[in-house]
Design a protein around this ligand. Structure first.
Ligand SMILES: Nc1ncnc2c1ncn2[C@@H]1O[C@H](COP(=O)(O)OP(=O)(O)OP(=O)(O)O)[C@@H](O)[C@H]1O
Ligand SMILES: [Mg+2]
Length: 360
């Protein structure tokens, strides 16, 4: 399996922190694995181990058919990496940065130039191509870093939060590039906090928390595990959230989830439309005014919250809370350790123009 990624029992500790606590991963050749997990779960550590940047305490990994611990240099020749923090040379222009990567990989000068031009275009950097990278905005640097990872098309790619900080148009552009790569046979391990992105791009999803794999499967399998339909209510007034939560807890089958800033309360249900009518009646009886109500299938966000007990992006705005932690839930406060300046958005069910998963 020359293009596959395989890891067994990876352990990495930093002092008392078990960043990886026995992680097994398998990414068949030509597929995309979405590695999800809350901040500090161990995603970047896993990527660093698999890309030879960090030695694990124990475990083994084979990437592109080569043992990562025994032959790191050989592995490096078969992989591309775009890290969580953009690594570009500030004093070179965007174009020079990309041409330099081509030269490092011993591409002929003309081919390196052509490839640089093509990537600058794909990532909407043509206008800024001849300015030094130190004049670039955060999103521009990020795009340049991604373009640099794509100058050569290695059989195995690792992308650590590739679209964090990208606007929707540029995110879409990257998704298209990724889908083309995968259609061409590239194997990709991608970490993301945008669950919609994993839903869209990944064939398989692996959720890690505190250095351990806590769930794996396709997006549909994980959603099925999380249960069936749920009722989602948006109340008109913030003061009514608590009553709505009571009503949903009584009529639903499982934990309620509250998102304070959107005044949204959600609960898994059995009984579909009939139950929905009952919820509406009960809320009306209690004098709760409703802005929006509906039945919906679980999203990957629901899966994430039910598995980890908290939402993705804890550092961002209100991550939502579940009834299990309602008492101590500091909704809307910045809580998690090891923060990284990621944007405070949650990747919910927003839709995009494209369909299907790369290479499927
Ligand atoms: N070089 C280091 N020294 C000490 N602790 C570290 C180091 N690198 C990572 N850690 C710790 O290991 C744990 C896992 O970190 P890691 O960066 O892998 O998380 P992550 O899943 O990538 O999180 P994020 O979503 O915030 O990027 C965290 O508790 C982190 O503080
Ligand atoms: Mg990380």
């Amino acid at each position: 399996m020359p293009g596959a990624i395989h890891a067994e029992g990876l352990v990495k500790t930093f002092g008392d922190v078990r960043a990886l606590d026995g992680v097994d991963l398998d990414v068949p050749e030509g597929t995309v694995l979405g590695l999800l997990g809350p901040n500090g779960a161990g995603k970047t550590t896993a990527v660093r181990v698999l890309t030879t940047l960090l030695r694990p305490d124990s475990g083994r990994a084979v990437v592109a058919g080569v043992d990562v611990l025994k032959h790191p240099n050989e592995v490096r020749r078969s992989i591309g990496l775009s890290g969580q923090f953009a690594a570009v040379d500030e004093y070179l222009t965007g174009r020079e940065n990309l041409e330099m990567v081509g030269q490092l990989y011993q591409m002929p000068a003309r081919a390196a130039k052509a490839r640089a031009g093509e990537l600058l275009e794909r990532f909407n950097l043509t206008d800024a191509a001849d300015r030094t990278a130190k004049t670039y905005s955060g999103g521009m640097r990020r795009r340049l870093d991604l373009a640099a990872a794509l100058v050569v098309s290695p059989p195995v790619m690792f992308m650590d939060e590739p679209t964090t900080g990208l606007d929707p148009r540029n995110r879409q552009a990257l998704w298209e590039v990724i889908q083309e790569l995968v259609a061409g046979g590239t194997t990709l391990l991608l970490t993301t906090q945008y669950l919609e992105e994993a839903d869209h791009l990944a064939h398989d999803i692996c959720v890690i928390d505190r250095g351990r794999v806590i769930a794996r499967g396709t997006s549909d399998q994980l959603k099925a595990r999380t249960g069936g339909e749920r009722v989602e209510v948006v109340v008109h007034e913030r003061d009514h959230i608590a009553v709505a939560e009571q009503v949903l807890r009584a009529l639903g089958k499982g934990e309620t989830t509250v998102q304070e800033h959107t005044r949204k309360v959600t609960v898994p249900v059995v009984g579909g439309a009939k139950l929905l009518a009952e919820v509406i009646r009960e809320l009306d009886n209690r004098g709760v005014e409703i802005d929006d109500i509906g039945l919906r299938r679980p999203t990957l966000d629901d899966v994430f919250i039910s598995l980890t007990g908290h939402g993705a992006e804890e550092d961002g705005a209100d991550p939502g809370r579940t009834s299990a932690d309602a008492d101590q839930a500091p909704a809307g406060t910045a809580g998690a350790a090891g923060t990284t300046g990621t944007a405070g958005t949650t990747g919910t069910t927003g839709t995009t123009g494209t369909t299907g998963k790369g290479g499927k």
